[in-house]
Design a binder for this molecule. Sequence first.
Ligand code: C5P
Length: 233
Amino acid sequence: MRTNLVVAIDGYSSCGKSTIAKALAKKLGFIYIDSGAMYRAVTLYFLRNQVDVQNEQAIAAALDQIELNFHSRDYQTHITLNGEEVSEEIRQMPVANFVSKVASLKQVRVEMVRQQQHMGAVKNIVMDGRDIGTAVFPDAPVKLFMTADPMVRAQRRFDELRNNGDMHTSLEEVYENLKQRDYADTTRVESPLIQAEDAVVLDNTELTPDEQLEFVFQLIKSKQPRPEETTIE
Ligand code: C5P
């Protein structure tokens, strides 16, 4: 029986999952895990090493060579790929344009889910992604499914890229990338993005981060913890 608490946050691309997940983890003193960063880091490795995504042996060999680690500083995600800090590079467009392809590969998903389940086995965590409430932690007591207006999402991701020094990518490019990723993520065969039956929908188009945090915090409090589960004060 699980004695730790997992908060699973799924939803479309760039609808603010990580913002709310980080804030929630900070408020609760939980560990935040950005599962998308894991798929992005694997994608970066595949791009750099020109891994043939049609070749199962090449994929298996590549996965054997990849070691991912998270380091948390101020609840910001820092991810290393074989010891190299790649947190910024994985947000750039080359990775964004290829990540949904890599994330659709069964071998990649099996390995990522294995690592994610290991991380959530004993610690209290907030994890965001596409399949957290459906495939990674189907028994999570708190599940959120996030969505927001596509143009609002594109603008947010565009602003983030600009803040990180990308002055070239246009808003249209970001919008197209989001549309393509949403399509690929919801229609793939392996663990497509779908709302878990017991997930609560949060459309944050018109909500501030504080309002969202309050919504989720109240949701967590409203869950009657079983005696063996962690209690949130
Ligand atoms: O969350 P983020 O936008 O960084 O995720 C990047 C991509 O990784 C998604 O578009 C999706 O293709 C993939 N992903 C996934 N399953 C997850 C998290 C991310 O397939 N749990």
